[in-house]
Ligand binder design. Structure first.
Ligand code: NDP
Ligand code: ZN
Length: 176
């Protein structure tokens, strides 16, 4: 039986490989893998979450949405529980962007407890990024819109994890 450290490191290596040619949208074009690692770090070290399903799903959370990774591949590599959480936080990229944004708000209350934790960490990390290293071409209005939309998503899952919600609220204070 694989131990938790080995599983986490295997997930990190898998995500690093899948995202190897991608960069974040900040001016420095940071390595993409910094973002999934940041989610896992918030969950484990700021919110004290130890559930490997949550931590591994955080490391893998953008692999289906942003790389050629399939649900079946995650199931084979990491099992059905982790694959299901990643699927729950994956947007349907065949839909227009505005529709995807609206559906995140609509679905947020109805996803599993583990998926809510990953979603909270994702929004915490993205608000921190928009505040400290935003996409290079974003206007103040666009940053505000992003903050407000993220808040609309998180407001649908209040009560899921008070400590993570508090971290979100602290990040939200940086709205300009
Ligand atoms: P995107 O969804 O394209 O960009 C935000 C996403 O990019 C984040 O959720 C994050 O997703 C990822 N990301 C990568 N690097 C960074 C970074 N450094 N900081 C923060 N996030 C990063 O853009 P929008 O959210 O703006 O979505 C488009 C919407 O914006 C449309 O619905 C439209 O209505 C609106 N819009 C507004 C404009 C304006 O000027 N006000 C102009 C154009 C569109 P992940 O965690 O998945 O990587
Ligand atoms: Zn993300």
């Amino acid at each position: 039986m694989e131990n938790t450290s080995a599983l986490l490191i295997r997930a990190m290596a898998f995500a690093a490989h899948k995202h190897r040619n991608q960069r974040r949208k900040d001016a420095d074009a940071s390595p993409y893998i910094n973002h999934p690692i940041a989610l896992a770090n918030v969950l484990a070290n700021e919110a004290g979450i130890a559930d490997p399903v949550v931590l591994v799903a955080a490391l893998l959370h953008d692999t289906i949405e942003d790389t050629d990774t399939t649900h079946a591949e995650l199931e084979a590599q990491f099992g059905p529980a982790i694959a299901a959480v990643v699927a729950e936080v994956t947007d349907d990229k065949s839909l227009p962007k505005d529709e995807r944004k609206r559906l995140q708000i609509e679905h947020a209350a109805h996803i599993s407890p583990a998926a809510k934790l990953v979603k909270l960490a994702d929004k915490i990390c993205n608000l921190r990024d928009v505040a400290s290293s935003p996409p290079a071409d974003w206007s103040v209005d666009r940053k505000r819109e992003y903050f407000d939309w993220a808040r609309s998503v998180i407001d649908q899952m209040r009560g899921a994890h008070p400590a993570l919600e508090q971290l979100f609220d602290v990040a939200f204070r940086e709205r300009t």
